[in-house]
Structure formats: structure tokens, C-alpha cells
Design a protein around this ligand. Sequence first.
Ligand SMILES: Cc1cc2nc3c(=O)[nH]c(=O)nc-3n(C[C@H](O)[C@H](O)[C@H](O)COP(=O)(O)OP(=O)(O)OC[C@H]3O[C@@H](n4cnc5c(N)ncnc54)[C@H](O)[C@@H]3O)c2cc1C
Length: 374
Amino acid sequence: MSHIHDLGVIGGGVHGATVALFAARGGMDVALFERGPLCREASGVNAGTLTMQMTRVALIPYALEAHAMWASAGDWLGHDVGVVVCDGLSLAFTPAEAELLTFRAGKRREAGAPIEIVSGARAKEIEPGLSGQALIAGHCKVDGFANAYLTGLAFRAALIEAGVSLHENCPVAGVEREDGAFAIRTSQGVKRVRRIVLAGGVWIEPMLAWLGISLPIKTLINQLSVSERIAPVMRTVVGIANGLLSLKQYPHGTVVIGGGWQAVGDRERGGVELLPERLIGNMRLACHAIPALRQARMARAWAGLEAETRDALPAVGPLPGIADAYVCGSVHSGYTSGPYIARLLAEHILDREPAMPLFPIDRLLAPEGAGTTA
Ligand SMILES: Cc1cc2nc3c(=O)[nH]c(=O)nc-3n(C[C@H](O)[C@H](O)[C@H](O)COP(=O)(O)OP(=O)(O)OC[C@H]3O[C@@H](n4cnc5c(N)ncnc54)[C@H](O)[C@@H]3O)c2cc1C
């Protein structure tokens, strides 16, 4: 009989990598299987924003903990992901946007996010790069960003140091129950594990189907663009259109414009198509907020796939009816909150009481309308 690991994690994005890391540090013998290099899907191509102003209200307490984790990444991850902690401003340019912003900021504040509404003039004091056309802004001191493309490098080193058996470029084709364990069919042969975590981002839907669970996962296709390196034009994270679009300038001078109008694509075939007219729309909005950006040339644009459940809340917890099997993903603004929420799942798997509740998928398997929508 081949070696049996305590835990097998399938999918090496920020969720899978974090569960694997903390489970290994908790004493488990962990194997992680990633079809490509670590964190090269959503977790490596995202906009890197670490914000409360785009986070769903129910996730604010988690996001605050996660923000603190990112801010101290050197301590627990041990490797640099270029985290910058700075102020965040969410702008409203019209009375309708101002009303919605005020309502949402109020809800997030009730949930613990330190967001205050400030006048357009005050927003311009906080961010001198603004055009001055904003009526009001949501101002949050707990904001910032990371260099998402460094995520895989950082986790790779940390996982190896923690003793995780790391299988990159190792697609998994299926999972079967076998003698009280799980047999994982990989491109490197069959691997056996006692417990399993499915952490496949937008691909948790086909992964769950391996175990007979049908959970529809919507795929969002977010477009990003990055400017050439320019002189400093902004010093905060700026959100527009009630958080749908965000922009920030990295210390080396590039400005990343993320979100906004979506691209098109296909999860199964993996192909995405950027839509130039929508990218231009995003850039126009960005220039409306930060006029100095009009002088910048855009260097590159790309897109990535983000998962969403029916109620837009995470799928994180045990799989109903299947002992020792778990799912971890579909966290909205999952780069911000992922490390904390995935660490909670690792605590659960280690038989410790997580500090906050998980998000079991039982609610999503009930007929439409019967589940909770908190
Ligand atoms: C363009 C974009 C911008 C975003 N911007 C932000 C932002 O600014 N701030 C924020 O908080 N969030 C942001 N997000 C959301 C955030 O990136 C995601 O919520 C988070 O990274 C998801 O992590 P994950 O581990 O669940 O999924 P992923 O990172 O997608 O990881 C899943 C992994 O599973 C692997 N996999 C799939 N099938 C198999 C298989 N059969 N065998 C082995 N491995 C498999 C994939 O290769 C992939 O690496 C953005 C998302 C996108 C796409």
C-alpha cells in the first residue's frame, strides 16, 4: 500500500495554499496538488486590493482579521508579497451613487469596518490626486494592496518550509472513496489521503461533482489593466462605481485599474476574451477620478476568473454526508479575506474550534429560495 497523507488539498490558489500551510504547521502530513504553478489563476492575477469597501457585509469581521494577516505577512508567511497599507476612498460622483455609498458604508460600519463618509473636499485632502468632482467619499483607514503576482512565490517557499508535499503542474482528474481514505487520480499517479479539501476556485463545481455533489458556481470574468511606470499620481486605493472598479499606484510607479466592466470567457475551456471597448470604459472612469492618469500609457491588460455561489457567500466547510471531505472557496473579495477564512478551515480540520463560523454548503444544496441569504 502506498503512503497515505493526513490531508490532500486540490487547488493551489490562496485558499488551498493557506489551508495546506496551517494544517502542516498544525502537525499534519499534507500534500497539495495544483494543475499549474501555485497561485497563477485568480490568486495571482487579481488586483491585489485589500479592502473593506468592496467586501460583503457578512464578511467584514473576517476581512478585518485577514487584513491584519496581510499587513503582517512577513511574520506568518515569511515571504514578501509587497503589502502596502494605506487609506482607501470609495467615491460617489452623483446623488444616486452618494445615496448607495452612504447606505452601504453604514452597513459595513455596523459590521465593524471603520468607514466614515467624508465630503468631496475632504477626500481631495486625503488624496490630492483626485479630480475634485466627487460629491462624497467613503474613507477607510484599513485598506491597501499587495503584489498578487508574488503570492505563488511566497506560498511556495512557505509550504516547502512547512514540509508540505507540493505537486505543481499536476492536474487531478478525479477522487474516489477507497477503504476509508480518498484516492486522488493525478497526472503523477494515484495518491492516497485520509482527508481531502477541494479548493479549485471557479473549478470547485467540477471538483464537487467527483464526489456526487452538484453546486452551481457562477464565474465572474474580471478585467485588469496596468499603466507604464509614471511619477506618483496617487497615494490611496480609490474605488469608483460603488467599489466595482478600483485603482492604486504601486511603489515602482505602475497604476493597476481593476474590475469594472467584465470580459467574456469560458471556465471549462479556460479561454477569456478581453473587450477593448469595456477596458476603455474602465480607463475613462479611472481618469475621471485621477486626471493625471490621462498622460499615462497602458502597458498590459488581462482577465481572471472569480467564483460566486448563489448567495454570493463563501463555500467553506465540511461536505454534507461525506466524512473527512471539505470545500474551500468562492469567497467574495477572496484575496483580501482568503487567508483568514482558509486558516479557519485548517483549524476545524485540526479539531480546534475556529474563532469564527465557517460557511458550510448545506444552505446552497437546499432548493432555491429555501437557503439562507444573510
Ligand atoms: C481579475 C481578478 C481581480 C480580483 N481582484 C481582487 C482584489 O483586488 N481583491 C480581492 O480581495 N479579491 C480579488 N479577486 C478575487 C480573488 O482573486 C479570488 O477570490 C481568490 O484569489 C480565489 O482564490 P482561490 O484559491 O479560491 O481560487 P484560485 O486562485 O483560482 O485557485 C484555484 C486553483 O485550483 C486549480 N485547479 C483547478 N482545477 C484543478 C484540477 N483539476 N487539479 C488541480 N488543480 C486544479 C487552479 O489551477 C487554481 O490555481 C479578483 C479576482 C480576479 C479574477
